[in-house]
Design a protein around this ligand. Structure first.
Ligand SMILES: *Cc1c(COP(=O)(O)O)cnc(C)c1O
Length: 400
């Protein structure tokens, strides 16, 4: 018995030591008060360039009121999975609103973006004769979903359309029963955008269908934040449109929008939907209110993009390498794990929170800080951040 216990403890000690050595052990920062453009993090007031609160909705009065009203009318939890008795009118109303927003026949809400990606990969790719084709930089939830699916997998280099076509033209793809191309709409580490027009073109040429994960594009890209398919005008050529309710929308959850038969099928078979309880009524009501706000207050998206451009231009002028970003996610490339961590730590001391993102989340040598602006930042907030980036960047010899 002692051997068994100690073998676990030895394993944990060794792993933790290794993680620490590689600078990969997690330290949780604690926010006091709201998730806001300027937040109190670990007791320090900082310009927050780290959250996904793109539209500054986490504290919006209409969302707060919707949540409180739902709690008063419907209580705090559903106490069931959706297919048993965990579907409230508030979930159905949210799904109707989201479908209308996305311009699709139907929509299904899940507990998170993570679970909806896992569910779709697993439920749509069901046999070894299926082929799941994925961009190498897709989100972890797509990678895990692909692992849970029974399909064969093919990975193409990031945004490389020639490589994608080569896979689609291969004998393996030609003999596949079903082929799904899956991509993030906006890539979460680099802030670049999937070439959807080329992807749908290739999909149609080779008889594949397309799934787009718009976690970082929901509320950010396209008219009123409808996402990357709407941005490129290819919504009716993307069969599986994934969105999150956890980022710009300001609450938590995920959804898939598409044809009614897609939604009917997933309602019956998607394992996270069937075996994990639904989001509380307050969350469903919050998200419904968020969709209304996205339609009623388009100036938030304009402010978000103005802020993104201001910060990006400022960083570039200072001499930083901001990579391939085309969105409000702007990386500041550093190239070394410990230097990136030091950069983040020093900025934090100076009152600016920008997360360091290091191997293995990104490739070796691609260690960076990641900045994400919000519509709620003032120009003063962003100029303060730029001043501190300049100061600490010079300290660390990243810029001259
Ligand atoms: C954040 C993220 C998810 C997961 O969304 P949650 O709602 O937080 O579970 C999925 N895909 C991408 C690309 C993401 O960035």
């Amino acid at each position: 018995m002692t051997t068994k216990t100690s073998s676990l403890m030895d394993f944990l000690d060794e792993e933790l030591a290794q993680l620490k050595k590689e600078g990969r052990s997690a330290k949780l920062r604690v926010v006091t008060g709201p998730q806001a453009p300027v937040s109190v993090v670990d007791g320090r007031k900082v310009v927050n360039l780290t959250s996904n609160n793109y539209l500054d909705l986490t504290e919006h009065p209409k969302l707060r009121a919707a949540a409180k009203d739902a709690i008063d009318r419907c209580g705090v939890g559903t106490a069931a999975v959706r297919p048993i008795i965990g579907t409230m009118d508030l979930h159905v109303e949210l799904e109707r609103k989201l479908a209308k927003f996305k311009g699709t026949e139907a929509c299904l809400v899940f507990q998170s973006g993570f679970t909806v990606n896992v569910a779709c990969c697993q439920s749509l790719m069901t046999s070894e004769s299926d082929l799941l084709i994925s961009d190498e930089l897709n989100h972890a939830s797509i990678i895990d979903g692909a692992r849970l699916s029974k399909a064969k997998r093919a990975i193409y280099p990031h945004r490389d359309m020639a490589a994608l076509e080569k896979i689609l033209a291969s004998p393996e793809a030609r003999s596949a029963r079903r082929k799904m191309i899956v991509t993030d709409g906006v890539f979460s580490m680099d802030g670049d955008v999937a070439p959807l027009p080329a992807i749908v073109e290739l999909a149609e040429k080779y008889g594949a269908f397309v799934m787009v994960d718009d976690a970082h594009a929901s509320g950010v890209m396209g008219p009123n934040g409808r996402g990357t398919p709407a941005h490129f005008g290819v919504s009716d050529r993307v069969q599986v449109q994934i969105g999150t309710l956890s980022k710009a929308v300001g609450a938590v959850g995920g959804y898939v929008a598409g044809e009614k038969r897609l939604i009917d099928y997933l309602t019956s078979v998607a394992r996270p939907f069937i075996f994990s309880s639904s989001v509380p009524p307050s969350v469903a009501a919050t998200c419904s209110a968020a969709v209304d706000v996205m339609l009623d207050e388009p100036e938030r998206i304009k402010k978000l993009w103005d802020n993104a451009n201001h910060l990006k231009e400022g960083l570039r002028k200072l001499g930083f390498d901001t990579g391939a970003s085309e969105t409000p996610i702007t990386p500041v490339m550093v190239g070394d794990t410990f230097k990136a961590q030091k950069f983040s730590a020093r900025l934090f001391e100076e009152g600016v929170f920008a997360l360091s993102i290091c191997y293995p989340i990104v490739a070796r040598g691609k260690d960076r800080l990641r900045t994400i602006v919000s519509a709620g930042h003032s120009t003063k907030d962003l100029d303060l951040a730029l001043e501190k980036f300049a100061k600490v960047g010079r300290e660390l010899g990243l810029i001259s």
